[in-house]
Design a protein around this ligand. Structure first.
Ligand SMILES: Nc1ncnc2c1ncn2[C@@H]1O[C@H](COP(=O)(O)OP(=O)(O)OP(=O)(O)O)[C@@H](O)[C@H]1O
Length: 582
């Protein structure tokens, strides 16, 4: 079922509230009637004020079939992110509307089995088409199904057109896909845990491989928008937003911009992701068979005017997480890449593309396409080109929500912990870490979705990795050296150089979190110990870092300088850490 299907589902007539037996033992007075909004339709739901968020989600799972981990609940402009907190902790009362956003995975697991005993597994994005599926089979099925041209896919007797979307075929879960290869190979598909299993039966083998999918890019058609500042005259546009002309974008970023531009020019449409609370678009290459980048327009962020996921517009401009602003997610995405310095030193000196934590290269762009969400019509959009972050698409086999943490290398978890602590990330759930493969086939964790980094306060800091075993192991010497090299003042200056006039509160967050990270490793603390200082145990209990900040405020006289405030924070932090490590 796609998001579109869900949007079209009629409101349930029968309330999925408690049946009389289930409220036994509770005071009936505590039971409240809420309305669940799913893509514009409303459904009544009866809960107890003392129910945990998790139990509300479980009820939704029972009645609507959406599994708990795929649900995001939003009330009054805030995400009900803490599953163990109670309904009343979030101030939800009778008659209120809870917004449900579903995180449908874009990737479907496909298992290919051959008659000669070979078995391959790969993930295919639901937005990809049959042509892409053929390329993947040809690549993976080396020696069994070795080219694309020889394949014909059939579903229920109908030949599948190359342009047909995987998601489209998958709607009928009982459908069987047959792949006929000219040398009489066959593929049968059956649903396995909502995904497909394909069986390939091939009569002959061949060692040649198809290189179409990963083939070299046509670089002849270089991106033009950057230098011309030409206003958009066609039905698409893309150009980088460069506030300070002294900023030099790396060649990797230019490649991403050029290839994305070429894709749009050739007619490859942006594809909207099914995941996430904001508008996220996969941008394709010229052939339309490879994702190059991910565009997140500011006006489609959660609670922004053109959000495509049915979330209400923010009433006070605050974002889904405390201390963030609607429409600033893209800035934070770009800031996250800029501040993810490579191990060898700042990017401007080392020239390295990837930083210590592996945040994918990200740049601010202006972009126009009719596929984006334009509630006021495309005519209006033509005059209002969207601004947002463009991030390099990273190949992955899913995210950390789908895989147990046991398989993750310690250093991979540690690099993410360093980044999250520094950036006081308010949105590090496991779904925001992709699982990829390094050059030598090793597991690499790829952090994405940094729109809630550097908030103005620490209230919503959450790190899923805190509960992973690797977080209890000490940092390596190399990681400690990296942490020691960090300098919050330089970081703030760098962001300003790139054009983000960092608000005082966000700069303060960076200063305090960098301070904590450095002091923590000096004391030999693990990522778990430092991370725990930054995260609330429950919604009503301030974290230790919040207590430290409050104590520092209270100790100061009005009108004291920022330096004096930070000095106070530093002293209080020292004494707290001393107590902790005694
Ligand atoms: N750089 C990337 N490379 C590959 N896939 C990506 C990348 N960035 C995002 N995605 C995919 O797009 C989906 C939606 O993106 P993302 O989670 O960043 O959106 P969001 O609306 O900010 O989400 P959230 O609701 O978690 O805040 C992700 O789940 C992921 O599958």
């Amino acid at each position: 079922m796609s998001v579109a299907d869900i949007a079209l589902s009629p409101v349930r007539r029968q309330s999925p509230g408690y049946c009389s037996g289930r409220i036994t033992g509770h005071s009936k007075n505590e039971s409240i009637l809420l309305y669940l909004s799913v893509s514009g339709s409303f459904m009544p739901i009866r809960v107890l004020e003392t129910d945990s968020i998790e139990s509300v989600k479980l009820r939704i799972q029972t009645y609507k079939g959406f599994v708990v981990k795929k649900q995001k609940l939003v009330y009054g402009g805030r995400e009900l992110a803490r599953n163990d907190s109670l309904v009343k902790d979030y101030g939800v009362t009778g008659g209120n509307v809870l917004h449900l956003v579903l995180k449908l995975s874009d990737l479907l697991l496909i298992t290919v089995k051959t008659s000669c005993g070979k078995e391959f597994e790969f993930h295919v994005d639901r937005h990809q088409n049959v042509a892409y599926l053929k390329q993947r089979i040809a690549k993976k099925g080396q020696g069994v199904v070795d080219d694309v041209d020889g394949q014909d896919l059939f579903c229920q007797g109908e030949k599948l057109d190359d342009q047909r979307l995987i998601d489209d075929i998958r709607k009928d879960n009982d459908a069987v896909i047959h792949l006929l290869v000219q040398k009489s190979a066959k593929v049968r598909a059956k649903p396995v845990n909502k995904d497909f299993e394909l069986s390939v039966v091939a009569a002959s083998t061949n060692d040649e491989r198809s290189d179409i999918l990963e083939g070299g890019q046509d670089r002849s058609n270089d991106f033009q928008g950057a230098t011309t500042n030409e206003p958009p005259v066609r039905d698409f546009w893309l150009e980088p937003v460069i506030v300070n002309p002294k900023v030099k974008l790396s060649s990797a970023v230019w490649d991403m911009l050029n290839t994305t531009f070429d894709g749009l020019k050739k007619g490859s449409q942006p594809v909207r992701s099914s995941e996430g609370t904001g508008g996220t678009y996969f941008m394709q290459d010229q052939s339309g068979s490879k994702f190059i980048s991910v565009f997140k327009p500011m006006d489609e962020e959660p609670m922004a005017v053109n959000n495509p996921r049915g979330l209400p517009v923010s009433s006070n401009g605050e974002g889904l997480k405390s201390g963030t602003r609607v429409g600033e997610g893209a800035l934070r995405e770009v800031a996250a890449y800029i501040l993810d310095h490579p191990k060898s030193g700042p990017r401007s000196l080392s020239g390295e593309v990837m930083g210590f934590a592996g945040v994918p290269p990200t740049a601010m762009i202006r972009c126009l396409h009719q596929v984006f969400n334009h509630p006021d019509g495309y005519e209006y959009a033509l005059k209002n080109v969207k601004i947002g972050s463009l991030q390099m698409f990273m190949n992955n086999s899913g995210n950390c929500e789908d895989i147990g943490p046991g398989a993750f290398p310690v250093e991979e978890v540690h690099k993410i912990s360093v980044f999250d602590i520094r950036m006081a990330n308010a949105d590090r759930h496991a779904g925001n870490i992709l699982v990829g493969k390094g050059d030598e086939g090793q597991t690499v964790l790829i952090p994405i979705d940094h729109g809630y980094c550097l908030p103005e306060n620490f209230e919503d800091c959450t790190f899923d990795w805190l509960y992973w075993p690797q977080a209890r192991q000490p940092y390596s010497r190399e990681t400690i050296d990296y942490i020691k090299s960090l300098d919050a003042e330089q970081d703030i200056a760098l962001l300003q150089f790139h054009g983000w006039n960092v608000p005082l509160e966000c700069a303060r967050t960076l200063r305090i979190s960098t301070m904590l990270l450095k002091k923590g490793v000096e004391k030999g603390l693990t990522p778990f110990a430092i991370g725990s200082i930054m995260c609330r145990v429950n919604i009503n209990k301030e974290s230790m870092i919040e207590e430290i900040v409050r104590e520092a405020y209270d100790s100061l006289l009005p009108g004291m300088s920022e330096a004096a405030f930070l000095e106070a924070v530093s002293d209080i932090m020292d004494s707290r850490l001393d107590k902790l490590t005694k």
